[in-house]
Structures are given as C-alpha cells and as structure tokens.
Design a protein around this ligand. Structure first.
Ligand code: SF4
Ligand code: SF4
Length: 291
C-alpha cells in the first residue's frame, strides 16, 4: 500500500482539484482530507458520514467554585491571562499548561479534555474518506492530521487498499509535517508566481529532509510562461521533475463551482476533455514512474 500526498505551499493553487482527480483515477484506495483547518475536499466528493468522533486536542482548565477560596494565585500565575477577576477560564486563552492547577492551594482547578473538533469516516462514490472539522480558533491540527492518517492506514491495511491519497494542508508547518512523514510520494502543485516558487522551495526542503521523492505540477502555467520556465530550470538544477504543466481553464473553475471532480466533470459535460486527458496522463506518470 502506497501513500501519496498532494501538497502546495499555499491555498488556491489547485491542490484539491488534483486530489479530486486522483480520487477518480485510482480505484482501490482510501482518501484523507488532511487540510483540517480549511477542509474542502468533501465539497467535491459528497461524503456520507458513517462514523463520527470527538477530537480531543488538549486540556482546558476549569475552576470548581465550591472549592475556590478566591486567593487569586491562579490569576497571578497564569502566563496566558486566561483567568478573569471573577475566576472564569477563557477557553480562547487557556493553553492547558496545568500550572494553575499545580499551584492552587485548594485543589480547585481541574484540567479537562478539550473537544477541539470532530473527525469522520465517510463513504463516497470514489471510496472511503477520512476527514475532520476543527473548531474555530482551535489548535493541534498536526495532532488531528496524525489521527486521520492513523485511521486511514488501519482501514487501508484491513481492506487491503493499494493507495492512501492525502490532500495535504498548505504551508510547511506542523500539520504539513504530520501529513508528510512516511508517505511514498509527494505531488507538489504550484503556480507560476514568485510566491509559488518560494513556497515550492520550502516544500522541497521539507521533503528532502524526510527523503521523500517529489514530483511537481505547474498549474495555470500559461498565465506566466516566463515564470513557469524559471521554476522548471530551477527544479532541473535540483534534479526534480516537473511532471506536467496544466493550462488555465475556466472549466476547471466551473467543475469546482459545480462540486464535481474535474475528470468526471470534463466527461459529463464534454468540456476540456484534452485537459482532463492531460491531467490523467500526468498523474499516471507521477505514480508509475515512482512507485
Ligand atoms: S488558586 Fe485556586 S483557590 Fe486560589 S483563586 Fe485560583 S482557583 Fe481559587
Ligand atoms: S491551564 Fe495554564 S493557561 Fe490554562 S488557565 Fe491554567 S495556567 Fe492558565
């Protein structure tokens, strides 16, 4: 079973479009939406939720007013100013560090599990999808990504799947690292802009650190052919393949608006079939030249 991560340095490059295409193209697989802070693959795949679980992202302090003597030690000691004058804990500021509980003379502070979001195992017409919804202003998305991957791996092993397709989060922070460790191939989707190039370089460094092969797709390459060539020659020096260049297409945008993976949309409405074939070819090359 091989794990493929689709990633981009930032949102809006077409990463989820490519993930949706892989969902259509690969037959025996599990799909993971690891972009837990801004999950949107479900919009293309229309999952039916089969199982739903709370995600415990950390701890949150609670003061037992019956026991509290009002000494004020906790207010003084909390470095995150999470405790108000009337001894209420602000969940937005509490980091669950436990210090207040440790120093409370009345043992009046309890650290409870913080429910930071939910995660789901769903069915889609393209196979099982493991995805999540993180609460507003909740952290620990790296931990949630690791959880989703663990579940997907369990299912994949039980059901003898050939692939796990992971739609990764943007950037290079903790959730990206959690989505990249242990994968067999990274497909990086970039756009022909200077920021696209910088973001891509950061992804390449990370993948290099984990010693994972990377294949690059330049999306909307024709919007800035000069920059596309610059990205290509830059990657050539690093011995990294640009496996394909996808032209800008209004129909790709329309497929997203219609919430249909582009490979299906192109067939269904007989639009930009040439681009759909190109994407199919690019993805097949990426997979079968590496795995
Ligand atoms: S340290 Fe304990 S007893 Fe003192 S104010 Fe805080 S919760 Fe109340
Ligand atoms: S657990 Fe830490 S952050 Fe939360 S209220 Fe106590 S001292 Fe402040």
């Amino acid at each position: 079973m091989k794990q493929i991560l689709i990633i981009s340095g930032k949102g809006g490059t077409g990463k989820t479009v490519i993930s949706g295409c892989l969902a259509v193209l690969l037959k025996n697989k599990i799909i993971v939406d690891a972009d837990v802070d801004a999950a949107n693959l479900h919009l293309l795949l229309h999952p039916k939720i089969k199982e739903s679980y709370d995600f415990v992202g950390g701890k949150l302090a609670r003061i037992d007013k019956e026991k509290c003597s009002g000494c004020g030690t906790c207010i003084e000691i909390c470095k995150f100013s999470a405790i108000s004058e009337d001894f209420e804990i602000d969940p937005l500021f509490c980091e669950g560090c436990t210090i207040c509980s440790y120093f409370c003379p009345e043992s009046a502070i309890i650290l409870e599990d913080r429910i930071s979001g939910k995660y789901f195992i769903s069915e889609t017409k393209y196979g099982s999808l493991v995805h999540a919804r993180l609460g507003i202003a909740q952290e620990n998305s790296g931990k949630l990504v690791a959880k989703l991957r663990e579940i997907a791996k369990d299912i994949a092993e039980k059901e003898k799947k050939d692939f796990i397709v992971i739609d990764g989060p943007p950037g290079v922070g903790c959730p990206v690292m959690a989505s990249m460790t242990g994968v067999d191939l990274v497909i990086a989707v970039t756009e022909p802009t200077l920021s696209g190039l910088h973001d891509l370089e950061r992804i390449l460094e990370l993948a290099n650190h984990f010693k994972i092969p990377v294949k690059v797709i330049i999306n909307k390459f024709d919007l800035n052919p000069e920059m596309s060539s610059k990205i290509e020659s830059n990657l050539k020096q690093k011995n990294i393949d640009v496996i394909g260049k996808i032209p800008f297409s209004e129909e790709i945008i329309n497929s997203v608006k219609n919430q249909i993976p582009f490979l299906e949309y192109a067939k269904m409405f007989n639009k930009n079939r040439d681009i759909a074939e190109l994407i199919e070819k690019i993805l097949n090359n990426a997979l079968y030249s590496t795995l």
